[in-house]
Design a protein. Structure first.
Length: 147
């Protein structure tokens, strides 16, 4: 997390240095003026859906190059705009597109903004531990693959 590099922050890599990223009001993502294909998915049914009021939130499967992953559109509106990723930096977005502090938030103190290369730690591949205290630990998620 650029404001506090001691915090590991997991988001999806969207843009490389020099890429132009755009997000429209209907949550369509463009990378270098190319729309990233989205196919509607099933309503959300995942961890803590009732705690976070995500029951039935719409989802989609988004294609980023060869990688297909699921995204969610929870309550709230899309953070729209256009950004050009500066040299030596990267652009990240969360899978919960309407409730994610990510690189779209450039001017907020606690938001990542563009992530400098020296802040990159590695690729998240498994859930090691989930200790969200609002609803107790989700032990069943430990060891699950992160796609």
């Amino acid at each position: 997390l650029p404001p506090n590099p001691k915090i590991n922050y997991i988001k999806g890599l969207i843009g490389l240095p020099g890429d132009r990223i755009r997000v429209t009001e209907n949550n369509q993502l463009y990378v270098n003026d190319q729309p990233m294909p989205q196919q509607p998915g099933p309503p959300y049914s995942g961890p803590k859906q009732d705690v976070w009021n995500y029951v039935g939130a719409p989802t989609a499967f988004e294609q980023l190059d060869a990688k297909r992953h699921q995204i969610m559109f929870s309550q709230g509106s899309a953070k729209t705009g256009e950004w050009v990723v500066p040299a030596g930096h990267y652009f990240f977005m969360g899978d919960n597109r309407n409730n994610s502090k990510d690189s779209r938030f450039q001017d907020e103190i606690d938001a990542p903004g563009f992530v400098p290369a020296e802040n990159l730690v590695g690729k998240a591949v498994r859930i090691w531990l989930n200790l969200d205290t609002r609803d107790g630990p989700l032990w069943r998620r430990i060891g699950n693959a992160i796609n």
